[in-house]
Structures are given as C-alpha cells and as structure tokens.
Design a protein around this ligand. Structure first.
Ligand SMILES: [Zn+2]
Length: 396
C-alpha cells in the first residue's frame, strides 16, 4: 500500500502553496477525471462533514479531494492527464479565502458545541460544513431562548480572542483527558483546545485565535431526530447575511414608507385594511348577486336546463347562500361558478330534485375537476373556459 500523504494542513493551516511529487496518476473510469496522489499536500479533503478545500495543482482546478487509508486523492479535470505523470514535481495552491472561511465556520462550531455540551449536556451528533451552508445537530432539544443565550456566549468567547491550541497527546495523556468526539482512532489523535471553552478531537484546520472568527450567528433552529438542527454562519458569511437582511428590510421599508423598526406594525395595519376592504367587497358582491337572482323570472318556463351563473371571484359563503336561494326557487341543477378562465373556477352546484354528485362526476370526467359533496350540494374547483363549461352543463 502507498505511504500516507503528509498532511501539510496538520502542521500549519496557513500554508497555501507547496510543491510535491506525483505518486500516482489515474483516470477515473466513471467520470473521466484524473485522480492524483502526492507525497504531501496542503489540501484538506472532504472529511468529518467538511467539504474539501478548493485551489489548483499546476494551475489546474482541483475539483475535489478525498481521503482513504490516510491517502489523499486529488480530483482534477480529465484534460489534466496530458500534462501530469508519476514522478513529476507539481506546485499546489490552496484557495486561502475558502480555507479561512472554513476555519472560521469550523472553529465557531467548536465553541458553540463546547458550550452546548457544558451548559446543556448536548452532544454534537452531526456536522455539515459546505460551501454555503453549515449545520450542526445536537442530541437534545434546545429552545430558542437557550440558543440565543448560547449565541451571545459564543460571541463573547470570540471577542475574548482566546488562543486555539492544537496538540497530539500521548495515548496515556489522552485516556486521562476529557474531550468531545472521544472515539478509538488508529494513530495520533489531534486535539483542538480552546481553553476553558472546548476540547475536541478534530482533524480540520482552525483559526489561531477565536477573534478571527469575527462573529457567529445562528440562523435557524429546528427539531431533528429527537434533538435539534441549527444553521450557523460565521465571519464574512454572517456579514453577508446581515447585508442581505438589511436589503430585505430596506426594500419593505421603502414600499411601506415606514421606518425599518416599524415595518411589522405597518404590515399589520395593511392586512387589517385589506381585510376590511375584502369584507366590503364580499358584501357588495353578495348584494349584486342577490339583485341578479331577484331579477330572474319566477319560473323558467318549459326549461329543464340547469341554471348556471358565472361570477367574478367571490366569497364562498355568499356563493353558498346564493345557491340556496336558487334551489328554493327552481328545480333542476342550480350552480354558481366564481373565478376566471385563466385562474379557474370555484363552483357550487345545488338541487332539490337531482343528484348533484352526477354533476361533480361529469365535471371530473370532462375537465379533471376536483371536489364532491352530497346529493343536495357539491362544490369544487375546475379549470376550463366558461363557454365550454356552460355548453357541457346545459346539455346534460
Ligand atoms: Zn471539528
């Protein structure tokens, strides 16, 4: 088996440029990409829930880095095979802004997990650090207030600018040590310690001082598998999120002509006004409809055709009341369709002497309508042009 790759990021997470020797160079038969192993590498692979570093090798983009049996495999685009072979010396370059961003998120996560552990006995049972999203799962439920308190405390730790120590303790020292992620690992165990806050076994690059994290914001909290899942943002990700939220609020604030801190009140007022207007519209429509119904002849002579009226979109209760008026007055099917050809119609059909379910079935068969009800009254929705609906119903 080839020798393990020397991990430069273990020794110093600040090293971004390195030279190394190509140990193997193979084409991935499934993707056509080039799989490259080196004697040493500064690329942190996808590991422990964290995505791989990005960067270049000999100027070619590194698409992914995987680790297996302590050997790092760098994935390069298919074309890279033409310019690389075993024994070559290559220069690698890790994208520092991505690396530093990962360091900020990961160190922030350690502080939060350490405090959640010491305060509430939570164990971190899931961690995902992607290029855009960071989630962590705890095995115990935390409420929003507890999470806000933890968030404040994390930020206090960030502001205290505590050192982050990396060490490889001996087996004896380890067995006496209390730390998170205590599992039996072959070889050296790497311990990341933030004094007084957290001690955890971890292989990833971390900031040197907590101040470099900048800030941590918990952006969501939800129940997950008997515990909770949190989304967090650190450093520039949190700043970008703040900027986005300022933009959202500014947009709404301008639209409402309200100060940012008053937009909630302004929206509540708008909703109340809109509800009032809607109630007025409903009552006017109901009035209009009852006038239309009153204007209908007392008997529709010689006709057993269904009586169907089409109305603009209106309140379901007013429609139901109107259908009741119609069925008292006329025999056969009496129906109201409210809506438009484009958006579809809400329908109510009633009858004192016919089985309305037949009409619901007809609409379902002919137009894929939804809905149902009793023999006396059916209701549902249908999307079809008014003319065609009227024709089919009249002929049944
Ligand atoms: Zn970690």
């Amino acid at each position: 088996m080839p020798a393990p790759t020397q991990k430069i990021y273990y020794e110093d997470p600040h090293i971004t440029d390195f030279t190394a020797t190509v140990l193997s160079c193979e084409i991935d038969i499934q993707t056509g990409n080039l799989l490259l192993t080196l004697d040493k590498s500064a690329f942190f692979p996808e590991e422990g829930g964290q995505k791989a570093d990005t960067g270049t090798i000999n100027g070619l983009p590194v698409l992914d880095v995987q680790i297996k049996n302590e050997i790092l495999t760098h994935v390069l685009p298919a074309g890279a095979a033409d310019s690389l072979s075993v024994g070559d010396t290559v220069t690698g370059h890790v994208d520092w802004s991505q690396r530093f961003d990962f360091m900020q998120q990961h160190s922030g996560e350690h502080i939060l997990s350490g405090l959640a552990h010491s305060h509430y006995g939570c164990n971190n049972v899931g961690f995902h650090l992607g290029y855009e999203e960071v989630t962590l799962d705890f095995d115990k439920v935390l409420n929003p207030e507890q999470v806000r308190e933890l968030e404040k405390e994390v930020n206090r730790v960030i502001q205290m600018n505590l050192p982050v120590f990396i060490s490889f303790p001996s087996k004896e020292d380890l067995s006496a040590m209390d730390y998170r992620s205590k599992i039996e690992i072959q070889g050296d165990v790497r311990i990341v310690e933030i004094p007084g806050v957290d001690v955890c076994a971890c292989c990833a690059p971390h900031v040197d001082f907590t101040g470099q994290i900048g800030l941590l914001k918990v952006t969501s909290l939800q129940n997950h598998r008997g515990g909770v899942r949190l989304n967090i943002l650190c450093g520039m990700r949190a700043i970008a999120d703040y900027t986005n939220h300022q933009n959202y609020v500014t947009d709404v604030s301008v639209l409402l002509s309200a100060k940012p801190e008053k937009i909630g009140d302004a929206v509540r007022r708008l909703k109340e006004e809109s509800q009032g207007r809607q109630e007025r519209i409903n009552s006017l429509q109901a009035k209009l409809l009852s006038q239309r119904l009153a204007a209908l002849p007392d008997t529709i002579a010689g006709s057993q055709e269904p009586l169907i009226l089409f109305e603009d979109k209106m309140d379901a209760k007013a429609l139901r009341d109107a259908v009741n008026v119609m069925t008292e007055k006329y025999s056969g099917y009496c129906g109201l369709f409210s809506g438009s050809d484009e958006e579809g119609y809400f329908y109510i059909i009633g009858s004192k002497d016919m089985d309305c379910r037949n009409m619901a079935n007809l609409l379902r068969e002919k137009f894929g309508a939804k809905g149902g009800g009793s023999a006396l009254m059916v209701q549902g929705t249908v999307v079809a042009p008014k003319d065609i609906l009227a024709k089919i119903i009249k002929n049944c």
